[in-house]
Design a protein around this ligand. Structure first.
Ligand SMILES: [Zn+2]
Length: 708
């Protein structure tokens, strides 16, 4: 394949609404950085752009949580996130932000171009509006009772208790979070990107042209989106935080671009800012076909980077991505990483505990980079464990890689007077040649794997070369030969050859490990007293990296051992910080003893079939006067609302059961209780402690649904 003239590498823009965890790092930023460092070492023309995503409702919501303004939130988190990336060696050429005026300008122009060309459509729809606040309400600004689990604090887009995706219309008793009043419906106009118009293009471009070179997980997800039917997607929304529409757009006042539309344009504005800062032209990077554009993202971003953004780019006249190597998710100690449950390891925490100079320094940034690449979720979800982290460090970085480099330097000082010994070709044997061949072969393998975005396999090959070095040294045993030099003076040539090869191999390791562990590569350069220019990729495979007779520094350990106590502390910290959400449903009931479970006499199916059971929702509940056990309920059964008297008043307060779905025996003969006619019976389960539980569908279903 023809080599691209220039590379534009992007990593997903993180939301500036809080600290980012190592799952984010492993998903997009680290693999992107490895690829970019490799391209830079190849002296290719490459720009690596990223920045904070500072729009969308996540920012004002975080502001409410922290009792401050949206602007204060982004000004707080943007610099911390940027610094965290820097401390872990993520080498962006620019880390921009979408609140920058240049971005607003760029995103507005993008919208304007598409709108003027007729590539957007407008639609009017009804949306919730807060009359007191004078504002339309984004889904997140509406709260109510979850129809699924009855949690009273569910948002208009999701219930955070049961996790169900919701629309505001599904909420029971919705209220605006701005004023606390029930919202009203009002007509609003919005712009949409009609994705349905572009199905043929997407099918051809992804499912035909990139079926082979993109990851199967990525192609698979795209296929199911396309097969599922593409719909017009709203580009604008009624919100006061984000990129406002151009002034001359009719009906655009008070609306902003939807964050999914403005955020990826952030890659373009970041490139513009980088070009301004460096006296370059940004246009070829986004417009010339000989540019290779690669988006590094996590799997939750696939639809945006493979379907929606490419449609936007194509309509706007930009180039399309060559590849979108999306990673799956990384779990942590047996559970999904989650910010809301605080089950996570933040970059900031790792840096404080390990990377600060007093705790290990930048070498420890490399240890994290090493382990995250080793377990990279390239084809399926993977799991970070502190034990795995410790093992990877102690048994690979310390015992294999660090050990080899250290032994080469120690022996060279001891057996070769501290100078790089010559290679005596006449005294070379098969083992020497094999070691040299392995260096060259490893370079080829690593290069091929990196070009294919197979970072964990590439890293394995580099570590394997250090393993080969150790085995070679072990077979040559220069320390044994040194003891026989009195009787066998030619032995010095064998020692020289061994250490000459081991030192050239060490210099090669620095080049090959550099994209993955840049701080370690720098440290090896320091020990070898060579400038970092040696790390140019073209030098890999060479056996002339160190001149004969050159003096080297005294050995220093590359990696330190990680002790059991350190990882025990981390596991403890993780568990102590985790938030265990109490389910709204009662905790599991004590197990009933066998004698408490009596089974009634057998019946035939026809007996059972006489009972008509249906699902209904309790829409009102009140106490029955002078009857402390009874509640009078109104139950919506879909076809009618019935009065049912139920003996559950000791177990439930009327206000806590409104909105709950229940199972009702609807063909039970009416019965008067305390003067009220009850038209049915609500099924209840009683646990061993005597507590009552409703029997209801797992997720909300239509009232009137039959139960059998
Ligand atoms: Zn819920």
């Amino acid at each position: 394949m023809k080599q691209p003239k220039r590379y534009l590498i992007t990593a997903a823009l993180p939301y500036a609404n809080g600290l980012k965890h190592i799952g984010h790092l492993a998903g997009a930023y680290l693999p992107a950085d490895i690829y970019v460092r490799y391209l830079r070492a190849q002296k290719r023309d490459v720009v690596f752009v990223c920045g904070s995503d500072e729009h969308g409702t996540a920012i004002p919501i975080q502001a409410t949580k922290e009792g401050t303004t949206a602007q204060a939130i982004i000004d707080k988190y943007h610099p911390i996130i940027a610094q965290n990336f820097n401390d872990l060696g993520i080498s962006f050429d620019i880390y921009h932000r979408t609140s920058a005026p240049l971005h607003h300008e760029t995103a507005r122009e993008f919208f304007q171009t598409l709108n003027n060309k007729g590539d957007l459509i407008t639609k009017e729809s009804e949306q919730y509006y807060d009359e007191q606040a004078g504002s339309f309400l984004a889904d997140r600004y509406i709260k109510g009772t979850c129809p699924n689990c009855s949690y009273p604090g569910a948002y208009g887009d999701q219930c955070e208790n049961c996790g169900k995706s919701l629309s505001p219309d599904e909420l029971i008793n919705p209220v605006s979070t701005l004023s606390g009043n029930p919202p009203v419906k009002k007509i609003t106009k919005h712009w949409y990107l009609p994705l349905d118009r572009h199905e043929a293009f997407l099918r051809k471009w992804i499912l035909e042209e990139h079926a082979e070179d993109w990851r199967p997980t990525v192609v698979g997800q795209c296929k199911s989106w396309i097969d599922g039917g593409l719909l017009p997607r709203a580009v604008t929304r009624d919100l006061d935080w984000g990129v406002t529409l151009p002034d001359d757009v009719d009906g655009g006042k008070g609306k902003v671009l939807y964050v999914w539309f403005d955020a990826p344009i952030g890659y373009i504005s970041a490139t513009k800012q980088w070009a301004l800062d460096n006296g370059k032209d940004w246009k070829p990077y986004w417009e010339n076909k000989d540019t290779k554009l690669v988006h590094f993202i996590g799997k939750d971003n696939i639809v945006f980077h493979c379907i929606i953004f490419p449609v936007m780019l194509q309509l706007h006249g930009n180039i399309l991505p060559e590849n979108v190597p999306a990673n799956e998710f990384m779990n942590l100690e047996g559970d999904k990483m989650s910010t809301s449950r605080n089950w996570k390891l933040e970059m900031e925490d790792y840096i404080n505990d390990f990377v600060k100079p007093e705790n290990g320094g930048s070498q420890m940034a490399d240890v994290l980079r090493y382990y995250l690449t080793l377990i990279a979720p390239e084809s399926k979800d993977s799991e970070f464990t502190w034990k795995g982290f410790q093992d990877a460090n102690n048994s690979e970085l310390v015992s294999i890689f660090g050990n080899f480099v250290n032994r080469a330097l120690v022996l060279m000082h001891k057996l070769c007077k501290g100078k790089v010994p010559p290679l005596h070709t006449a005294a070379m044997n098969e083992l020497d040649q094999e070691a040299i061949d392995n260096i060259k072969a490893t370079k080829e393998k690593v290069e091929k794997l990196l070009e294919e975005y197979k970072f964990r396999d590439a890293l394995f090959e580099v570590i394997n070369l250090a393993r080969i070095g150790n085995q070679y040294m072990q077979k040559k045993e220069p320390w044994i030969i040194a003891k026989t030099l009195d009787t066998n003076p030619e032995g010095q040539q064998l020692i020289d050859n061994c250490l000459h090869i081991c030192l050239q191999l060490t210099a090669n390791l620095a080049i090959l490990i550099n994209p993955f562990l840049p701080f370690t590569a720098g440290k090896i350069c320091y020990l070898l007293k060579v400038v970092e220019k040696i790390l140019d990729w073209e030098n890999a495979g060479s056996m002339k990296l160190l001149s004969v007779g050159y003096t080297l520094r005294a050995p220093e350990l590359l990696f330190r051992k990680i002790e059991d106590e350190e990882i025990a502390r981390q596991v403890e910290k993780l568990k102590a910080a985790a938030i265990h959400k109490e389910p709204v449903a009662a905790p599991a009931a004590p197990v009933a003893t066998p004698e408490a479970i009596a089974v009634k006499p057998e019946i035939v199916f026809d007996d059972f079939a006489k009972i008509d059971l249906k699902v209904g929702t309790i829409v009102a509940a009140e106490k029955v006067e002078k009857a402390d056990k009874l509640l009078k309920l109104q139950v919506d059964l879909g076809f009618e609302t019935r009065t049912i008297v139920s003996g559950i008043a000791l177990h439930f307060k009327p206000e806590e059961i409104v909105g709950k779905q229940v199972t009702v025996v609807v063909n039970l003969a009416p019965r008067k209780m305390r003067g009220i006619e009850s038209n049915g019976m609500i099924l209840m389960a009683e646990d061993a402690a005597g507590k009552l539980h409703f029997i209801h569908p797992e997720t909300a279903i239509n009232n009137g649904s039959g139960v059998s």
